[in-house]
Design a binder for this molecule. Structure first.
Ligand code: GN1
Ligand code: MG
Length: 373
């Protein structure tokens, strides 16, 4: 079946009303295949986000949708306590006539559909400190909405997702197997990552020792996972809830920093361009920290900046592992993209390690915010 036919057939399975107009591919994610589909109904265009979930990555996609539906309902109810409608502030997934949040296609595809939030935009990168601060608020509020959510109700959709120790083990395994025959080319990169293993695995070790508590976290807090109002650039909603699971607040903070506070792209080839932008870092902290600080223990506050090191290294290790394994996990748009990503993350992490005290001082400032006033 050609792509458009399949897209239309899936829309029909969700019983979307109105007249189908057209569709486009959305290329920003590394995991799922995403389409924006335009319908015409009641004199206006209605658009939807249709996704084919990557079942190589999400082995139990029904569990993913269970998590997403419970979490979005929970947040919707909270938002409605303070405002009339939550329409633009939380995702709304469509159900099929059989009352399911997903449908299958004959080729084994697992699909879901949600309304596109009206007049919203997202950014892959930005130089606007206001946008970055807004993204910090978006993830901070998300954290707050779920602070009393019963953690045990969540399915663990990817076991050991942010277990940095296991991510290093997977890299060692990939080195041993050398499946794609690329080891000779990356020996220096593997060695580089070894030099930062100790510091990068520290937050995970603190979690294991019970010093850092598990909370309900988003676990994939990149800038492009926030929607903003197209005109004002105020934050509307966080998206991509696939990996909402128990996790560390430091990791939600840190994974966002990895993207929004880097001077380069996630796959910047010119490594001289890659560094931590401390102003952007501060902008995110200014949005995020005040939302969460009252619920964090001292150890959590003290390790937020370290979370950025951990997430940058962990993500780099994952890119390098995938490169060695033959690019099976992350989507790539050119042959050595995973290697480029891995190298760029190492340079960024090194800069963060150099500036860790400065980074943590900024967090401390926003943790103490109220005392200053
Ligand atoms: C993936 O789906 P996407 O592109 O938002 C990945 C994240 C990585 C990120 C790197 C389920 O996120 O963990 O940090 O790429 N998601 C999964 O950009 O592995
Ligand atoms: Mg994701």
């Amino acid at each position: 079946m050609n792509e458009e036919k399949q897209v239309r057939a899936v829309c029909e399975k969700f019983g979307l009303k109105g007249e189908y107009r057209n569709y486009e591919i959305v290329n920003s994610g590394h995991i799922n295949t995403t389409y924006r589909v335009y319908y015409f109904r009641d004199g206006e265009v209605k658009d939807y986000i249709l996704q084919r979930v990557n079942t190589y990555v999400f082995k139990n996609p029904v569990d993913v949708m269970d998590n997403i539906s419970t979490v979005t309902e929970y947040i919707r109810a909270k938002i409605k306590q303070k405002q009339a409608t939550a329409k633009r502030n939380v995702l709304h997934y469509s159900k099929t006539p059989e009352e399911q949040y997903y449908t299958f296609t004959e080729d084994g595809g697992f699909w879901r559909c949600c309304r596109f939030i009206d007049d919203s935009v997202c950014f892959m990168t930005t130089d606007s400190l206001d946008v970055i601060e807004e993204s910090g608020k978006a993830f901070g509020e998300f954290q707050m909405y779920l602070s009393d959510f019963p953690v045990k109700e969540l399915n663990i959709v990817i076991p050991h997702f942010h277990n940095t120790i296991r991510r290093y083990d997977a890299l060692r395994e990939a080195v041993k197997m050398n499946e794609a025959g690329r080891l000779a080319e990356v020996e220096q990169d593997v060695e580089n990552y070894r030099t930062v293993e100790e510091i990068a695995t520290k937050p995970y070790r603190l979690q294991r020792e019970g010093v850092l508590p598990l909370r309900v976290t988003h676990n994939d807090t990149k800038l492009s996972n926030v929607l903003f109002d197209a005109a004002t650039h105020e934050h509307l909603s966080v998206i991509d809830l696939d990996t909402v699971m128990p996790g560390l607040v430091a990791f939600d903070f840190g994974d966002a920093i990895r993207i929004c506070a880097s001077t380069g792209e996630e796959d910047e080839k010119d490594l001289d361009k890659v560094a931590l932008d401390i102003e952007k870092y501060e902008a995110f902290a200014r949005g995020f920290v005040p939302c969460v600080k009252d619920q964090l223990n001292q150890a959590e506050k003290d390790t937020l900046a370290l979370g950025a090191v951990a997430m940058t290294v962990e993500c780099g290790v994952r890119f390098l592992t995938d490169y060695l394994n033959g690019d099976k996990y992350f989507k790539i748009h050119y042959p050595d993209q995973n290697l480029v990503r891995a190298r760029c993350h190492f340079v960024l992490a090194q800069d963060m390690i150099r500036r860790l005290d400065e980074m943590q001082a900024i967090v401390n400032k926003y943790c103490e915010g109220e005392k200053e006033n």
